[in-house]
Design a protein. Structure first.
Length: 66
């Protein structure tokens, strides 16, 4: 709502697949400004594969006990 603009990195966004039923940023956004990116359509399987790859590559970020 201010001058700062946050951008979601499509290489790291999993649309919360594997953790939540809905994208949590969409759920909490007070101004409903987060829309799917038409330039990066991904299936549920692709999103889950991305999550597993990110967990493998950076467990300290994606696995709390790592
Ligand atoms: S909260 Fe979920 S949907 Fe939103 S940017 Fe992060 S991973 Fe993507």
């Amino acid at each position: 709502m201010g001058e700062t603009i946050y951008v979601i990195d499509p290489a790291r966004c999993t649309e919360c697949v594997g953790h939540f039923d809905e994208p949590q940023c969409v759920v909490v956004c007070p101004v409903e400004c987060i829309d799917p990116d038409p330039a990066h359509p991904e299936s549920q399987e692709a999103l889950l594969a991305k999550l597993l790859r990110l967990q493998r590559e950076q467990p300290e970020l994606y696995l709390p006990e790592a």
